[in-house]
Design a protein around this ligand. Structure first.
Ligand code: ASP
Length: 721
């Protein structure tokens, strides 16, 4: 094993001259070694040290993890940060009320005092990263079983991180790269006092809504502004009114020069996850087994939420973040399946595996070493596909924006156990308090009628889409008792359930006693929650994890095999939520035969889409006025206000909010999406059609300055004319 690991960089060194430049998400500390030459050939004017360095301030000091799953970038010496509107969406919704609806109306702090604290939101900055492969592999041998191996890896990881972090106040994560052939430690500093500075109304920030999501041409002003605050000595501190704006080591200068087709672009951010090197069985599982069913359940959920949102502004506010969450992956899966079909990815992988197999079989030593891989994968994936589907589908039906009351009822499970175990009074009272607080959060975004409809729909789908052996016994019992009539069941239980009304729930918890426990155990909503939850943890998750770890055990060797076989190729590691560099060029594409998409969109296109009848295309009057009077300021290209542009950078989920940088290292855009025809790029990048979509930074500046009248914010930025 160790020998293989050490041989890996040797492949890389010998290959970098022959790489295809636009595909790939590269490791910042290896840019110098493998990529910088190509990047410079493509037009980049700076050095690898300007991107990543531990010795001097550089771009990496201005790229952040924003919240849980997005990227953001610092754009002023006073901690001002820009990311996508959709990345701040959940937080903006939480900070909103029907009186102060920042999603509908936008928000602009007109002074630092007006910036709104956003508890729970954090910003994380990479301090350094290092290769810890040798230390991680200490004690690992080839013959180990998956569990034992994982135990050693965990212990090594713990030890390495502890030693590295001593006295720093930082946190660290060690992540596997190249399917577990290499390990890097990433050390971070996390700031938890982050304040909301501004965002356009959703009619700009989410313009085009779900209809335009994942689609080019696009006209979404997908940005929001935040500020990072620090305590004494510029260090992270919990929120305090005395905290001061964080002084970053570096912030991005902003270019007003614009983009031309063919210009160099680089995206520097945190791509979440890709599967470039998996066997065909994996793609078959995702495309043919999981995606279709997940698409079906989400189609139904979206239909119900959307119809309800169209009837009432309060429901719109309550369900907009939930619906966006459901719809985002849903639409991507649809595009992904179409792309995989069009590219014939499964067939191509199968043909590749055939060539691999022939190559393995042509040499006895290779056969001994690699011969078992593909047959074992085949067996494991044939087991994995059901467990994986059942796990995801059940969660979608019951626990994540599915039957909401059922998802909420799950919170009572540990309380019931606690009560039964006769825990002391103080503990019980504390948990009661937590439950009541959770209820307040839950019911703030709850609509009874909408949930009732969701309940009926997902209960029917769960029974209809999964084979009976994968349905929880509690569900089957209820289904049989009600002869499958979930509407009748909902009509009976929803009006009286403690899980559909905050006052009933609070009274129930406050007066909880032995009788309540009995009632709880008879409650159908609670039974659905506890039965499915127990079924998943007892009958599904264990096996799922076991099969996944068996697959993980094969992966490093499979990666090595592919590198050895394809020794003319420069390999980049799959995305794993670590900081990466993607580079390419601004470029249009043919979406279909004879249909060419230009590389940028403008304000004119927003006006063309304007339709006050359709929520997603209702252009604000102020923006129309700016267009009519051509009040564009300096934010123009060829007399028009640019809005978005596309390029060939290889990106994925998590890259949202990433800085898009030009050849001089200046910010030209904020990445937010990919174009429909190329979204299968998580499994197969298509240079002809895979395009990342970015907000043109000049549109953000135009909105801040001309639309919002918050031009003072530009004073702290470094603008390059
Ligand atoms: N829209 C994605 C995100 O939210 C970006 C992408 O998948 O291209 O991270």
């Amino acid at each position: 094993m160790k020998k293989l690991l050490l041989s890996l960089p040797v492949f890389l060194v010998s290959l970098f001259a022959t790489a295809t430049p636009d595909e790939g998400m590269w490791i910042p500390i290896l840019i110098e070694k493998y990529n910088i030459k190509l990047m410079q050939e493509k037009g980049f004017k700076l050095s690898a040290e300007d991107i990543y360095s531990v010795n001097k301030a550089c771009m990496k000091d201005a790229v952040v993890i924003f919240g849980g799953g997005c990227t953001g970038e610092l754009i002023s010496p006073d901690g001002l940060l820009i990311t996508n509107h959709h990345c701040g969406y959940g937080t903006i919704q939480r900070l909103s009320s029907i009186e102060n609806d920042y999603l509908a109306n936008g928000f602009w702090a007109m002074s630092r005092e007006e910036e709104i604290p956003a508890p729970g939101l954090s910003v994380t900055i990479l301090k350094w990263m290092e290769d810890v492969t040798d230390r991680m592999m200490k004690g690992i041998t080839g013959g180990m079983d998956a569990q034992e191996r994982q135990k050693i890896l965990d212990a090594n990881s713990e030890d390495i991180r502890r030693k590295a972090l001593e006295g720093t106040g930082y946190t660290a994560r060690i992540s596997p790269f190249y399917m577990g052939n290499q390990y890097f430690m990433l050390v971070y500093e996390t700031f938890s006092d982050v304040r909301f500075v501004g965002a356009p109304p959703s009619s700009i920030g989410k313009f085009g809504g779900e209809t335009d999501n994942w689609v080019w041409p696009r006209h979404t002003g997908d940005f929001s502004l935040w500020r990072v605050y620090a305590g004494t000595e510029n260090k992270p501190a919990r929120y305090a009114s005395t905290n001061v704006p964080y002084k970053p080591l570096y912030h991005f200068p902003i270019s007003l020069k614009g983009v031309q087709e063919g210009d160099f672009t680089m995206v520097f951010g945190y791509p979440g996850s890709t599967s470039q090197y998996v066997p065909s069985f994996h793609i078959d599982m995702v495309k043919n087994h999981i995606n279709p069913k997940m698409i079906a359940i989400r189609t139904k959920k979206i239909e119900i939420m959307e119809a309800a949102m169209n009837t009432d502004p309060l429901i719109r506010l309550q369900y907009s973040a939930k619906k966006s969450g459901v719809a985002n992956a849903w639409k991507k899966w649809i595009g992904e399946n179409q792309g995989l079909d069009r590219m014939r990815t499964i067939e191509k992988k199968q043909a590749y595996e055939k060539r691999l197999t022939d190559w393995i079989n042509s040499d006895p030593a290779r056969k001994t070493r690699y011969g078992h891989l593909l047959p074992e994968y085949e067996k494991l994936y044939s087991q994995l596909k059901d467990y994986s589907l059942v796990n995801s589908f059940t969660s979608d039906a019951f626990f994540s924006s599915g039957a909401e009351a059922v998802g909420f009822a799950r919170n009572m499970m540990s309380f019931a156990n606690l009560f039964e175990s006769e825990a002391d009074e103080a503990r019980i009272e504390a948990v009661k308090g937590e439950l009541i607080a959770a209820a307040a959060r839950f019911f703030k975004n709850y609509n009874y009628e909408t949930d009732k409809e969701l309940f009926v729909a997902v209960m029917e789908l769960y029974g209809g889409q999964l084979e009976e052996k994968w349905q929880a016994p509690g569900y089957l019992k209820i289904k049989n008792a009600w002869k499958g009539d979930f509407q009748a069941l909902a009509d009976k239980i929803y009006p009286v359930s403690v899980f559909t009304d905050e006052a009933r729930f609070t009274a129930f918890v406050n007066g909880f006693g032995k009788r309540s426990l009995k009632a709880l155990k008879k409650d159908p909503i609670y039974n659905l929650a506890s039965s499915t939850s127990e079924f998943i943890s007892e009958n599904v998750r264990g096996e799922l994890i076991r099969i996944q770890s068996e697959i993980q055990k094969l992966n490093p060797l499979y990666m090595t095999l592919q590198m050895e076989f394809d020794s003319n190729r420069l390999f980049y590691p799959d995305a794993n939520s670590t900081l990466r560099v993607a580079y390419g060029e601004v470029k249009g594409y043919y979406s279909k035969d004879a249909v060419y998409f230009r590389h940028y969109s403008t304000l004119k296109g927003i006006i063309e889409k304007d339709n006050p009848e359709i929520f997603d295309y209702d252009v604000p009057d102020k923006l129309k006025e700016l267009y009519r009077t051509k009040n564009y300021g300096r934010y123009t290209q060829n007399g028009e206000v640019p809005v978005c542009f596309i390029a060939t950078n290889h990106t994925t989920g998590g890259n949202s909010g990433s800085p898009v940088i030009n050849a001089e290292g200046h910010l030209i855009g904020v990445n937010f999406d990919r174009a429909w025809e190329g979204v299968a790029s998580d499994m197969a990048f298509n240079p002809e059609q895979s395009r990342n979509i970015s907000l043109d930074i000049r549109y953000a500046l135009f909105i801040i300055d001309k639309f919002a009248g918050a031009g003072y914010l530009l004073d702290e930025m470094t603008l390059v004319e």
